[in-house]
Design a protein around this ligand. Structure first.
Ligand SMILES: *[C@@H]1O[C@H](CO)[C@@H](O)[C@H](O)[C@H]1NC(C)=O
Ligand SMILES: *[C@@H]1O[C@H](CO)[C@@H](O)[C@H](O)[C@H]1NC(C)=O
Ligand SMILES: *[C@@H]1O[C@H](CO)[C@@H](O)[C@H](O)[C@H]1NC(C)=O
Ligand SMILES: *[C@@H]1O[C@H](CO)[C@@H](O)[C@H](O)[C@H]1NC(C)=O
Ligand SMILES: *[C@@H]1O[C@H](CO)[C@@H](O)[C@H](O)[C@H]1NC(C)=O
Ligand SMILES: *[C@@H]1O[C@H](CO)[C@@H](O)[C@H](O)[C@H]1NC(C)=O
Ligand SMILES: *[C@@H]1O[C@H](CO)[C@@H](O)[C@H](O)[C@H]1NC(C)=O
Ligand SMILES: *[C@@H]1O[C@H](CO)[C@@H](O)[C@H](O)[C@H]1NC(C)=O
Ligand SMILES: *[C@@H]1O[C@H](CO)[C@@H](O)[C@H](O)[C@H]1NC(C)=O
Length: 618
């Protein structure tokens, strides 16, 4: 219980009646090591007591009661004190004035603790006050640091030093403030419960870069060697200010890749990798690595790393490109179409980088080369020559692939010039050759006899052969009908070919080939040449007759080449050119028209009758 007088010192003298054993001293007091401290102290004793031989007093350390033998800090009757206080303590107050103010000099940290006062008024009037002053001996100053330092918010840091040593006044300086933006300093001193503290406040606005920086407060006593320092490391909280990721990368399909992300923030963020709206991985750390194994094209896309530490959120994205060779293209199925049809052939593929797509027809470039995923080859009004293998070739720097389809064009039958009738020993032989798809069926019609001869008909030595899209048919007519004017055999043969797309009929007329040839030879070469020609013709006939009949891949062999008949019209020749096969052509397939022999065999003669050279599909 406190005296009213102590709280209001002015009333102290007036009031005395109810005062008991009371003491006033600061509850807490501090000092820097090796400096001094004055513990202010006043005490009261019951007013009824009259001091006999003056007032004495003892300061104890740790305990107030002598029977517990606490170390004696100061004793007014003798100078016997505990060893650690020898020469250090002095009573500044006048006990008779009830002033127990104590000076402790050259304090060390071992002197920290509770100090108790015991008054001896005389006789049995001895009293240990239970109240105490707790001394803290500091070897470094205190710094007041806010619990949370947030970037870009003004920060105040206060450094404190006790100022309870009368002859020495400390000074405070902030250290390592050079890098701070516009630091401000303000010093202050405050007195509380008769103890004094001086302070210096540093004000500045910390930035993320100041996180982890050192700051220091130095307390020193001028004209002494006493210096005290305290260093602190700034823990500046800041929202993620950078999210670093691999800018972009390319990776081959099937390989593995690590995407790395680092976030600069304090505290460490919740860091995550996102792909699309999927969170793939997260952690509470400053960095995170996303490992992708056996990468597929589906892994291509934008990856976003998000850092969120409660003070803010930030993200950065990167693009992962997955490279791969083109996939085997998808093309239309093989097809059979009718001449004149228009088609669009599709070739679909995928690849990275975008492949080039090339259409080849039987190995030759067809259409234009495009880049991307789709190429459409348009064929307008397809012709029989466009039958073939269409291949779509796709390639990029990582590989190539292809796929093909076959197109078969069907068309109505077309006659070939080889269709002819010739007079042979036994009669007349007629040959009819036509191409068409499906291969045409050939019939002969003899209007004079009003009969139709087809392959099931055995009467007329009907010979037929089909090879691919070409049909060859031959008949031999035994009767050699002579015409009234004796101009030649009166043979009237129609050839008729048909398939599902059409039917054509043509009259095979007899022609006097020998006369025609002779006219040419005589007109151009003259008498000597005639002899040479006759020799050639005789040799030719001889060789020709040795050949076997019925080998359609050779020329159709005529039994008597002297007469040559052709009924192929001019417009049919044009049609014929349209259907000539362009592939699988080699020299043996060329026929040199005229004497019906391969050109090479002709070369040994002085004269060779060659009307023109042309290809046939044989
Ligand atoms: C006690 O003594 C000290 C030292 O002489 C003095 O500074 C202080 O004012 C005194 N206290 C009172 C209450 O008189
Ligand atoms: C320190 O000493 C110098 C002279 O030696 C004196 O002028 C100055 O006032 C002293 N400073 C303090 C704070 O005692
Ligand atoms: C991303 O960066 C990290 C660290 O620099 C590296 O280890 C990793 O290989 C990089 N990944 C790619 C795909 O570049
Ligand atoms: C990544 O974070 C770990 C802790 O999660 C840390 O040990 C490592 O040093 C960090 N790496 C980098 C490059 O920051
Ligand atoms: C990344 O940040 C932008 C704004 O900076 C925001 O619009 C976007 O939604 C964020 N993305 C993710 C995945 O958080
Ligand atoms: C080829 O295939 C594509 C798509 O599959 C189709 O649109 C197109 O009509 C086909 N072309 C032909 C000629 O069938
Ligand atoms: C196309 O025809 C050729 C033979 O001419 C054959 O080898 C190939 O397999 C055919 N291709 C397709 C896709 O039918
Ligand atoms: C041909 O013969 C058929 C019967 O086989 C007959 O109908 C037709 O009238 C004959 N034509 C001529 C021109 O005799
Ligand atoms: C051949 O002709 C006969 C009658 O003229 C006919 O019945 C037969 O179907 C024909 N055959 C062919 C293959 O056209």
């Amino acid at each position: 219980m406190w005296c009213l007088e102590l709280l209001i010192p002015l009333l102290l003298i007036i009031s005395d009646g109810n005062c008991q054993w009371n003491i006033w001293l600061p509850r807490d007091i501090s000092a820097m090591t090796n400096s001094c401290v004055v513990i202010p102290c006043s005490f009261m004793y019951p007013s009824g007591i009259r001091p006999v031989r003056g007032i004495h007093g003892i300061w104890y350390y740790g305990q107030p009661y002598p029977q517990l033998f606490p170390p004696v800090v100061f004793k007014s009757l003798t100078d016997i004190v505990h060893e650690s206080y020898k020469g250090r303590t002095k009573l500044l107050g006048d006990l008779n004035q009830r002033n127990c103010t104590l000076l402790i000099g050259n304090v060390g940290t071992e002197h920290s603790g509770r100090y108790y006062f015991r008054a001896d008024i005389g006789g049995a009037n001895k009293y240990s006050y239970p109240d105490f002053a707790e001394l803290k001996v500091l070897d470094q100053p205190n710094i007041d640091i806010p619990e949370e330092i947030v970037s870009d918010e003004s920060l105040e840091l206060t450094c404190y030093a006790p100022d309870n040593c009368p002859d020495m006044t400390p000074e405070i300086q902030w250290m390592y403030t050079d890098y701070l933006p516009d630091p401000e300093f303000s010093s202050d001193s405050l007195e509380e419960s008769n103890t004094a503290v001086i302070s210096n406040t540093l004000t500045f606005t910390p930035r993320p870069m100041h996180n982890g920086q050192l700051l220091g407060c130095r307390v020193y006593y001028p004209n002494t060697t006493l210096v005290y320092e305290r260093l602190i490391s700034l823990d500046v909280k800041y929202s993620p200010r950078s999210v670093w990721v691999n800018v972009s990368s390319e990776v081959m399909e099937g390989s593995s890749v690590t995407l790395h992300c680092e976030v600069d923030s304090n505290p460490s963020p919740r860091i995550s990798w996102r792909f699309g709206d999927q969170e793939l991985l997260w952690d509470t750390a400053s960095n995170i690595s996303l490992f992708l194994d056996d990468v597929t094209p589906e892994n291509e896309g934008i990856y976003t790393c998000v850092g969120d530490n409660g003070y803010g959120v930030m993200n950065t994205s990167m693009y992962l490109a997955v490279k791969y060779p083109p996939r085997e293209p998808v093309v239309n199925d093989s097809m059979t179409v009718v001449e004149g049809t228009s088609l669009a052939l599709h070739c679909n593929t995928m690849g990275s980088p975008a492949p080039t797509l090339t259409w080849l027809k039987d190995g030759q470039l067809a259409g234009s080369i495009t880049a991307g995923e789709l190429s459409v080859l348009e064929i307008l009004e397809i012709t029989p020559q466009q039958t073939g293998q269409y291949r779509c070739l796709v390639e990029n720097e990582h590989g190539r692939a292809s796929a093909s389809l076959n197109i078969t064009v069907e068309y109505a039958p077309v006659f070939l010039e080889e269709s002819k009738c010739t007079v042979v020993r036994e009669g007349v032989q007629c040959v009819c050759v036509a191409v068409g798809n499906p291969e045409p069926t050939i019939e002969f019609y003899l209007p004079d006899l009003n009969i139709t001869i087809n392959e099931t008909d055995g009467r007329f030595n009907f010979y037929t052969h089909t090879d691919g899209h070409m049909s060859t048919a031959m008949i031999k007519l035994r009767e050699k009908g002579e015409r009234a004017d004796n101009s030649g055999p009166a043979v009237n043969v129609h050839c008729s070919m048909s398939n599902i797309y059409g039917r054509e009929s043509v009259l095979l007329e007899l022609q006097q080939e020998k006369k025609y040839m002779m006219a040419v030879i005589v007109g151009t070469i003259g008498g000597v040449a005639v002899i040479a020609f006759i020799i050639a013709a005789v040799r030719y006939v001889g060789q020709n007759n040795k050949k076997e009949n019925g080998n359609p891949r050779q020329d159709v062999v005529l039994e008597n080449p002297a007469l040559y008949y052709s009924a192929v019209k001019k417009d049919k020749q044009n049609l014929r050119k349209k259907v000539v096969r362009h592939d699988d052509v080699n020299d043996s397939d060329y026929i040199y028209r005229g004497v019906g022999r391969p050109f090479s065999e002709c070369l040994g003669f002085i004269f060779c009758v060659v009307k023109k050279k042309y290809k046939t599909p044989f």
